[in-house]
Ligand binder design. Structure first.
Ligand code: FES
Length: 113
């Protein structure tokens, strides 16, 4: 039976963060997160997490999360909190809130209705 190289005994993470890395071409009818620098923002968040003491947290790129019009889309599970990360400052704020076990209210994804 295989053993996990990281010593884990069961699958899953305490916190699982998906940042949309989808990219559409210029003629597409909808915007895309990669064109708004989402991959750099995801890398920034990954580095912050890696350098921290938060060990059971996973940050990864996702495909389109289907909220393309509302900024660089990010979702945090298990709580299912959706964010719009517009810049590096937003990533730092999200990271600070994650460390404190809080929601970054300032960067919640808001749908204009
Ligand atoms: S392209 Fe990012 S949510 Fe659709």
């Amino acid at each position: 039976m295989p053993t996990d190289p990281k010593g884990r005994i069961e699958p899953g993470y305490d916190t699982h963060i998906f940042v949309c890395g989808h990219e559409r071409n210029e003629s597409a009818s909808r915007p895309s997160c990669a064109k708004r620098n989402s991959l750099d923002l995801m890398r920034q968040l990954k580095l912050l997490v890696k350098a921290s003491d938060m060990k059971n947290i996973r940050v990864q790129k996702s495909g389109c999360l289907d909220f393309c019009e509302f900024g660089t889309t990010c979702v945090v599970y298990p709580e299912g909190t959706w964010y719009s990360l517009e810049d590096s400052e937003a990533v730092e704020e999200l990271f600070r809130c994650l460390k404190e076990g809080k929601i970054s209210k300032k960067h919640l994804l808001k749908i204009n209705s």
